[in-house]
Write a protein that binds this ligand. Structure first.
Ligand SMILES: [Zn+2]
Length: 504
């Protein structure tokens, strides 16, 4: 509960003391109750918890201090000592705890499955020639996912978080995503107000990560620090020794939303400029040629011929990403993931547009003329269907006119989290299919059903394949996504000609 932010440490100590008073004398409860002198000094509880946990698990993980110029109490940047964790040390510390390591790092996979994974990746463009894949035994190699995102830890106070995870962890026994990721640098956004400061932080974090991941690839604890400084304490003790019981790790992929992706890599082509893609020459905005318009979803659209590979990216005029110093980093290793691009991206537009279209096509005329009554009816329908299919939906925000976006642009409000959008995509696919079956003459409903179902089908194909996707399921998912994009663009131009509110 503490880890999920539902309870403060001092709150947990209070609770443990009450349980102890009620006669629940479990050892762990007593230990928790004793923190902060039995709760008498609430402000010390958190410090005591960390001391206790580190001795309890023999956890040898210490922060590493790096200097960064930050805008802490004025706009003028001042050098600050920032405490970070080193990815190779996180891995080493976890290797002392077999249950955690087996699940979070090795994904409870067999040696053969891990070998299969690497042999498959070695053939793919993004990992061909990766320095970690050429020599070493691949069955003891861990693929590291780098993640950069904003996290709001307090109201109106956002932090920029860089974290690492083992890609294998996603298929392990521990399914809590909060336990699978390990933040290693956290900087408050308000301390990086100027672009120069942000760039300096990004560059230093990239270099630090590159240094640490190279150590993980070599599998041996370093004898000097990142700044070539002499090491002290536990770091000096283990210098030159084998790390993580012989398990090595290498950089595999980067996950980020489009904003973080642009900032990390300083892309000049990005979602908010006319040349809107960092990996091809697709364009948007007025005056862009039809063939290059990203909304042109035809098979022969000219932009499809302009895909940029890593070699071309480096040959193009800069700036180039500071993350290219990371061994194995290639443009193709930057992932577009379902969560950022569908559930927090186009899925929001699709769900809101689909619901508004169902209403417009007269599916709910028998319910009421009053829109709020109709939306209330739809909300109950969603709850009933998800229950009938055994899908548990965490407290879903009520559906109403405001939660479907403004009159001229349909988009689900941000109150809907990724998990809600995922369930709602499933629901609109089901609902539109039912309505289309009942109205074979309604062209809009037919295309809408295809649009929603094909996306749902692609999601299911991706969800049901393991870490290595067969070529057959990959092309099945790709075909479904293509059909989705085509029907989406048909609906978009239909509504542009008729009424403009949906499929923007
Ligand atoms: Zn592109």
């Amino acid at each position: 509960m503490i880890g999920h932010g539902q309870l403060s440490v001092s709150g947990a100590v209070d609770l443990a003391n009450q349980m102890k008073d009620d006669g629940l004398g479990h050892k762990a409860v007593e230990a928790l109750a004793s923190l902060g002198c039995g709760g008498a000094y609430p402000s010390n509880c958190e410090r005591d918890l960390f001391r206790w946990l580190s001795t309890l698990f023999g956890f040898q993980l210490q922060p590493y201090v790096i200097p960064l110029k930050l805008q802490v109490d004025s706009y003028t940047p001042k050098e600050q000592a920032v405490r970070v964790l080193l990815p190779h040390e996180i891995l080493h510390a976890l290797s002392g705890h077999p249950f955690a390591f087996d699940s979070l790092i090795k994904g409870n996979m067999s040696d053969e499955s891990r070998m299969c994974f690497w042999k498959h990746c070695r053939r793919l463009e993004g990992w061909r020639g990766h320095p970690a894949l050429s020599s070493s035994p691949l069955d003891r190699l861990v693929p590291i996912t780098l993640h950069n995102d904003g996290a709001q830890m307090y109201t109106d106070d956002e932090f920029c978080v860089w974290s690492v995870a083992s890609l294998f962890g996603s298929v392990g026994l521990v399914q809590d995503p909060l336990l699978q990721k390990f933040p290693f640098v956290i900087i408050a956004e308000r301390h990086m107000r100027s672009e120069a400061v942000r760039k300096q932080v990004n560059t230093t974090v990239a270099q630090l990560f590159a240094w640490s991941i190279q150590i993980s690839m070599d599998g041996k604890a370093p004898s000097v620090g990142f700044f070539e400084e002499e090491l002290t304490g536990y770091r000096a003790e283990i210098a030159g020794q084998q790390l993580a019981k012989g398990w090595r790790a290498c950089y595999f992929t980067t996950k980020a939303d489009l904003k973080a992706r642009k900032i990390m890599h300083d892309f000049t082509r990005s979602y908010n400029s006319n040349l809107m893609c960092d990996s091809c020459l697709a364009a948007c905005g007025q005056g862009c040629p039809d063939g290059m318009n990203y909304k042109n979803t035809s098979d022969h659209a000219a932009w499809r011929e302009t895909m940029i590979d890593h070699r071309q990216y480096l040959a193009m005029p800069g700036p180039h990403s500071v993350w290219r110093c990371v061994p194995g980093w290639k443009l193709e290793t930057l992932a577009f993931d379902l969560m950022h691009n569908i559930y927090l991206g186009t899925g929001r537009d699709l769900v809101a547009s689909a619901i508004r279209t169902l209403v417009r096509q007269g599916v709910y005329t028998h319910v009421s003329d009053n829109m709020e009554t109709v939306f209330d009816h739809i909300h109950k329908e969603v709850l009933r269907d998800t229950k009938a299919y055994g899908l548990s939906l965490p407290a879903k925000p009520p559906l109403n006119d405001a939660s479907l976006g403004g009159a001229d642009y349909a988009e689900l409000s941000s109150k809907y989290k990724a998990i809600h959008v995922k369930v709602l995509i499933w629901w609109v696919a089901l609902k539109c299919q039912r309505c289309a079956d009942g109205s074979p003459g309604d062209q809009v409903l037919q295309v809408l059903a295809t649009c929603c179902y094909s996306l749902q089908h692609a999601i299911e194909t991706l969800d049901s394949s393991g870490l290595v996707m067969s070529w057959a399921s990959a092309s099945e998912a790709a075909d479904a996504l293509m059909l989705h994009a085509k029907s989406f663009s048909w609906l978009s131009s239909y509504f542009l000609r008729n009424v403009s509110f949906s499929f923007g």
